[in-house]
Design a protein around this ligand. Structure first.
Ligand SMILES: [Zn+2]
Length: 214
């Protein structure tokens, strides 16, 4: 129960900050939200996008799932949680940016590398399978490279799979082609603290925010 007490204490701090000390701020948000970005992030407890990017309530519309994956557009019957969130963020809230935020030491990608995901459960395998083909290509292409390099390559490849799948949604592609919305592929390295971004011009991830100098 200690953890729950800590969470409640955290909520009291939030309540004090936003409801007691900055009444107007939250009053503006009460009836509507106007986030500028939609973030597709991993469920991993260490990579909370709002925390990492210093966001306030209302700043980002967040979709989190195992390995920050976006499934391809599929209009057939099904329970499409990620697609529903994309639809709401893009078509109803009109976000200007979609950020796919991947990270190092991703358990979802690890599951795919170790066992194809299947051994971890009936849902994880098929889900991380969204990135299977891309990850296998990296594994083949990076043969002989050290394991951390291969793993990093696979984590980055999964980000590119998500970006590719985002473009299969007609109302996302339309906006990107009209330069009305932008997609970013970011990678947070937990070992170095660096944030990198995918550059389509070079086909590589380049450092956006370097490591701390001290
Ligand atoms: Zn992850």
């Amino acid at each position: 129960m200690q953890d729950i007490a800590r969470f409640l204490s955290g909520f009291r701090t939030f309540q004090k900050q936003y409801f007691c000390e900055e009444k107007e701020y939250f009053a503006r948000l009460r009836n509507r939200q106007n986030p500028k970005a939609l973030v597709v992030a991993c469920c991993d407890s260490r990579v909370d996008p709002a925390l990492l990017m210093g966001c306030e309530p209302g700043d980002i519309f967040v979709v989190r799932n195992v390995a920050n994956l976006v499934p391809p557009y599929d209009a057939t019957n099904g329970l499409h949680g990620v697609s529903a969130a994309l639809e709401y963020g893009v078509r109803h809230l009109g976000v200007e940016h979609i950020i796919v935020l991947g990270h190092s030491s991703c358990g979802g990608i690890e599951a795919l590398l170790q066992s194809g995901g299947g051994e971890l459960g009936e849902f994880i395998g098929p889900w991380v399978g969204i990135a299977r083909e891309a990850v296998e290509e990296i594994q083949d292409g990076f043969q002989g490279k050290p394991e951390p390099v291969r793993r990093r390559g696979c984590e980055m490849a999964a980000i590119l799979v998500s970006i590719g799948n985002l473009l299969t949604f007609p109302w996302i592609r339309e906006r990107i082609e009209a330069s009305a919305m932008y997609i970013h592929g970011w990678y947070f390295d937990m070992a170095t603290g660096e944030l990198s971004s995918y550059l389509s011009e070079t086909g590589t991830f380049e450092v956006l925010v370097g490591r701390c100098l001290r």
